[in-house]
Design a protein around this ligand. Structure first.
Ligand code: SAH
Length: 272
């Protein structure tokens, strides 16, 4: 009787053990994040022309799966945006790489991001520059990103819960500004808070069609605008969605150009 009982216990323990091993094996075998990341860099970024070595380097080791909800981790290195809760999304890796490359960062800059979301873009920026300031309008999302960035050890990122339309005057002017939600027009406070010579990367348009713009502030406050490509972002909400621009940008203030990287200074490659 006793031996029968012990036998049953043994079988239960054995099954439990096999199960645990099976789960471990599946987890380890199913998702090789490092390998998925290398595939992403080669197949999605390099293949489409991303050539800033620092951007490629950081995206090849930044653990994107730690910035998405648990049930999305398996898709973290896929060629698409992913939901991060509250109806918001983390951008497609290629778009993150493209926008970061367009900022032409060298290492000493102070950068402002509007739309913290998961904190992934902020973390990438923090590896590339000296100081990152990022603003999120949704409290829960912002707090979660702040906690995540702190746990990952970032001390050069400041997160603020606010409407990014107004920028962050206290720390202005910025060398570069990146807006990761679609604006109907370029918010004037962001232009004001950009240094002369600074770069602003922003998707502009409505819900159906947006253009990614690179805006460079020239001496005399003149703006040089490059259309990069068509994109689809979640909308910039808050003040921006209520207020119309005071005045349309004057024709002579903005110089519209097609983006030709060769026109610009060569991006310096500086390894950390
Ligand atoms: N950069 C993010 C993704 C951004 S998704 C990442 O790496 O994960 C766009 C984000 O912009 C959303 O989190 C949204 O809540 C936020 N947002 C929208 N309007 C905003 C505003 N006016 N000010 C600040 N954040 C805003």
């Amino acid at each position: 009787m006793a031996s029968k009982f012990l036998n049953s216990i043994f079988i239960i323990i054995l099954i439990a053990h096999l199960n645990v091993n099976f789960v471990y094996a599946v987890n380890a075998g199913e998702i090789d994040y490092a390998q998925a990341r290398q595939r992403m860099v080669k197949g999605q970024l390099v293949a489409r022309g991303i050539n800033d070595k620092r951007v490629l380097d950081i995206m090849s080791w930044m653990e994107r799966h730690k910035f998405v909800p648990e049930n999305m981790r398996a898709y973290a290195y896929e060629d698409s945006p992913l939901p991060i809760g509250e109806g918001q999304t983390i951008s497609q890796p290629y778009i993150v790489a493209l926008m970061t490359q367009l900022l032409q960062l060298e290492g000493d800059e102070k950068v402002l991001e509007i739309g913290t979301g998961s904190g992934y873009q902020a973390a990438i920026l923090a590896e590339l520059v000296k100081e990152v300031y990022t603003i999120e309008i949704l409290k829960d999302l912002g707090k979660r990103a702040q906690k995540r960035l702190k746990e990952l050890g970032y001390t050069n990122i400041k997160v603020k819960i606010a409407d990014g339309y107004h920028g962050w005057k206290e720390y202005a002017p910025f060398d570069a500004i990146i807006v990761t939600a679609a604006a109907r027009y370029i918010p004037q406070p962001l232009i004001d808070q950009l240094k002369v010579g600074g770069r602003l990367v922003i998707p502009v348009g409505d819900m159906n069609m947006q253009k990614l713009l690179l805006v460079q502030k020239q001496p005399g406050e003149k703006l040089k605008e490059y259309e990069i490509t068509g994109v689809l972002f979640v909308p910039l909400v808050g003040e921006h969605s209520k207020v119309q621009p005071k005045e349309e940008p004057k024709e002579d203030q903005t110089e519209n150009k097609k983006w030709k990287p060769s026109e610009d200074k060569k991006w310096k490659v500086k390894q950390r």
